[in-house]
Design a protein around this ligand. Structure first.
Ligand code: COA
Length: 273
């Protein structure tokens, strides 16, 4: 029995042959990503990536409602710009592991996948969705921007115009539309969804692991990882600079108080640097 470690906010299960199911486990906060959870994820993913017997990773959320409802607004609302850069970098480390670990990674999106939820899903090799899945990048409605890779990875899935439309409006899309625009590959009934995702993982796990892993590494090189660190750095700093701006305070304050935000114009929204 492999010891993947013990985690407060993660669950890890295994299924034959060589499939690991990694579940976000903060259902009361709809699996929102706080820094403690991001650190746990970084540790667990590095451990899973290094384990030779693991062939495929399935990444999903515990509970009925959410895959990941985004980065944790309760924590983000009080971040300074430098805390913001660090928080973004923590998310990037996790996203980069999902994207670049040689083992295939499948996002099994079982519910809300907003903000950091969509960003973690698009860092995986592909996305399978339950009929309950809801995707979106609502950050601009909180006075910030996507900070875990959305500004460059989303376009790879859906093309630049659609990625811009989704990020600029922050609108949510349901599973059927996500499939129509190429964000997820398939939509499955909610009941038995995880088993369906595991079946897809099995079809991969039964192939030659070394051949599959080589294919992933080569396809990543071709598709875009060139310049990844530069993009990550640019996004993390832009994300951090928006912390403490009027619109970030207002957007996140409004979320906590369950009201609509009143944003200011351009000059006032650039932060207190
Ligand atoms: N960060 C922190 N807490 C979050 C959260 C997040 N991203 N998303 C949900 N939660 C918490 C809520 O505050 C609530 O906590 P409470 O019970 O202590 O009040 C709990 O999870 C349940 O969420 P609630 O909003 O009551 O559920 P809902 O079904 O009415 O709405 C969502 C679900 C996902 C539409 C809504 O929670 C939401 O919009 N979340 C934020 C999504 C977002 O903007 N993510 C991007 C962040 S950059």
């Amino acid at each position: 029995m492999i010891d993947y470690g013990t985690y407060e906010n993660l669950l890890i299960e295994t299924r034959d042959p060589g499939i690991v199911i990694l579940k976000l486990n903060r259902p009361k906060a709809l699996n929102a990503l706080n820094s403690a959870t991001l650190k746990e994820l970084g540790f667990a993913l590095a451990r899973i990536a290094a384990e030779p017997s693991v062939r495929v990773l399935v990444f999903t959320g515990e509970g009925e409602k959410a895959f990941i409802a985004g980065a944790d607004i309760t924590e983000m609302k009080d971040l300074s710009p430098s805390d913001g850069v660090y928080f973004s970098q923590l998310g990037h480390e996790v996203a980069k592991l999902l994207e670049t670990m040689p083992k295939p990674t499948i996002a099994a999106v079982n519910g809300f996948a907003l903000g950091g939820g969509t960003e973690m899903a698009i860092s995986c090799d592909f996305i399978l969705a339950s009929e309950k899945a809801v995707f979106g990048q609502p950050e601009v409605g909180l006075g910030i921007i996507p900070g875990f890779g959305g500004t460059f990875r989303l376009a790879r899935y859906v093309g630049f115009p659609r990625a811009k439309e989704l990020i600029f409006t922050g609108r949510r899309i349901k599973a059927d539309e996500a499939k129509a625009i190429g964000l997820c590959l398939e939509v499955y009934p909610a009941e038995g969804f995880l088993d369906q995702a595991v079946e897809v993982a099995k079809a991969i796990a039964l192939q030659s692991a070394s051949a599959v892993q080589k294919a992933k590494v080569l396809m990543n090189e071709f598709s875009e990882t060139t310049g990844l660190n530069m993009k990550i750095d640019g996004e993390a700093h832009a994300f951090g600079r928006l912390m403490t701006s009027h619109d970030q305070r207002e957007g996140m304050g409004a979320f906590m108080e369950k009201r609509k935000p009143a944003f200011q114009g351009l000059q006032a929204s650039e932060g207190s640097k």
